[in-house]
Design a binder for this molecule. Structure first.
Ligand code: ADP
Length: 467
């Protein structure tokens, strides 16, 4: 089922809560009034019965009320109290006295009933055709030795009328209250959700061409502000990613154009006049170098693109970083020897890590390759693998040309190459360190670099150990 819109949901919840609260309150007040009126009736009845008992006299078995008729208060009370009353002789159940209203209502008891009332003396609830009474039973032992049953009643009608009126009022007020709550909920939710609409509208206007724009933050620090702040962080990351992509594209075009122009120039020059086979061979050999460089550039670019799009799967295997470093340094010895560079390695045994040995090989080779490339003849390179707590530390130090301080923060950027004449003389496309940094981060590590021009560089890779 399609979920209801948030505004409708809020209104429904709000209305249900109001319905529940108002109904509960109404029931509470209804039963409270019922209880209070009932108690008042009982008190009133007890009072009437006790007073009547006091005024009652018997003359040879005939009951009569002895009171001062001139006393208006007394007369009024007697009139009120005798509205519903009757007296029976308990022994034979004979009705001795009955008020006209009870007579009209047709209230009559048999001998057994009278005796049962006399025995139990409880207050009874009597529902007649046109009358609903609360009937008090009291046994009077007269001086003539007889027992009489005095029954005094009070009508339940005023109580029922009051409760009925309250019920009618509540029956109108509760639905009205719920309607009012629903309307308030509807407008309140619109008011509350307005910032969401504003955020939505602002987000809708942000596109690839205006990624610098941000969502409004009201400064209240509430949930909506936090939501807007999170979205703004996402937009900032997107902006950065798009910026990087733009730079990447322009770098690619730039990097490809230079060797292509060089290749075309060489070919044009070679074709301007007739040349010997040897001369053509030289041109082609020089072009082969450019082709190799282009292939390397394209391969690395593809690898970086695949890496960044998450296509590359990193294995998670346990391998010895010390052994891997020793093997690779061994492989690089001939290249170093060719430049008369001393390449020394010192690796602590049994430093293991979890990851992809194939990709870690690239990290070590890139660092060694750079060290050899940027170290002059007769220089020296030292490679160490040590363990510091739960971190493995691979360090490649050289005493080569070094890196200027202003270039240090940029050497991990794509296509960045330090613009020094010596750096430009050596092969490279400026993608090695960028890829190295990505691989190290994938393994949960980081690269630090220290360097000084003409003194040398030290690249330190810190990686989590397996143990
Ligand atoms: P490249 O393909 O040019 O080697 P990298 O990304 O590997 O690209 O390196 C970027 C730049 O960092 C290099 O062009 C170089 O100027 C500088 N660099 C890297 N390693 C060293 C080093 N060991 N000594 C001096 N400069 C270095």
């Amino acid at each position: 089922m399609k979920p209801l819109p948030l505004r409708v949901q809020l209104t429904v919840v709000y209305s249900l809560i109001s319905l529940f609260t108002l109904t509960a309150l109404s029931l509470f007040f209804y039963f409270l009034l019922d209880y209070q009126l009932e108690r008042d009736l009982y008190d009133d009845l007890n009072e009437r019965a006790a007073a009547l008992h006091g005024y009652l006299r018997f003359d040879r078995g005939h009951p009569f009320l002895a009171y001062d008729a001139a006393d208006t208060d007394e007369a009024y009370f007697i009139e009120k109290a005798t509205r519903y009353y009757q007296i029976f002789r308990v022994s034979d159940g004979v009705l001795l006295l009955q008020s006209p209203e009870l007579k009209a209502a047709g209230l009559f008891f048999t001998r057994e009933e009278v005796q049962s009332f006399a025995e139990n003396s409880v207050t009874a609830d009597m529902k007649l055709d046109r009358l609903h009474l609360l009937l008090h039973n009291r046994v009077i032992h007269a001086a003539d030795g007889q027992s009489y049953l005095l029954q005094v009643g009070v009508s339940q009608e005023p109580k029922e009328t009051a409760l009925g009126l309250l019920f009618d009022i509540l029956l109108t007020l509760v639905p009205l209250g719920v309607l009012f709550a629903a309307a308030t909920g509807w407008y309140m939710s619109r008011w509350l959700l307005r910032p969401v609409d504003t955020i939505g509208a602002a987000a809708g206007e942000i596109g690839i061409s205006n990624l610098h724009r941000r969502l409004p933050v009201r400064g209240t620090g509430d949930e909506l502000d936090r939501l807007a702040a999170v979205f703004n962080q996402v937009f900032a990351r997107l902006e950065q990613a798009v910026q990087q992509m733009k730079e990447f594209t322009s770098n690619i075009s730039h990097e490809l154009r230079t060797p292509l122009t060089a290749l075309r120039g060489e070919a044009e020059v070679a074709l301007t006049q007739y040349r010997s086979v040897e001369e053509y061979r030289q041109v082609l050999e020089s072009q082969l170098e450019e082709f190799d460089k282009l292939t390397l550039l394209i391969n690395r670019m593809l690898m970086l693109a695949r890496a960044e799009s998450g296509e590359i799967h990193m294995a998670r295997e346990r391998f010895s970083l010390s052994e891997l470093t020793l093997n690779l340094t061994e492989q690089m010895q001939p290249v170093a020897a060719w430049k008369n560079i001393s390449l020394k390695v010192r690796a602590e045994q049994a430093i293991h890590m979890i990851g992809d040995a194939h990709w870690m090989e690239r990290v070590i080779l890139n660092l060694l390759d750079n060290a050899v490339k940027f170290t002059g003849e007769g220089g020296s390179i030292t490679v160490t693998v040590t363990q510091n707590g739960c971190w493995a530390c691979l360090k490649v130090c050289d005493n080569g040309i070094g890196i200027p301080a202003d270039a240090l923060p940029k050497i991990f950027d794509r296509f960045y190459r330090v613009d020094s004449s010596r750096s430009r003389e050596v092969d490279g496309v400026g993608l090695g360190l960028s890829l190295t940094d990505w691989i190290v981060r994938q393994h949960g590590g980081r690269i630090l670099v220290e360097s000084a021009p003409d003194k040398g560089s030290a690249f330190q890779v810190e990686l989590p150990c397996a143990d």
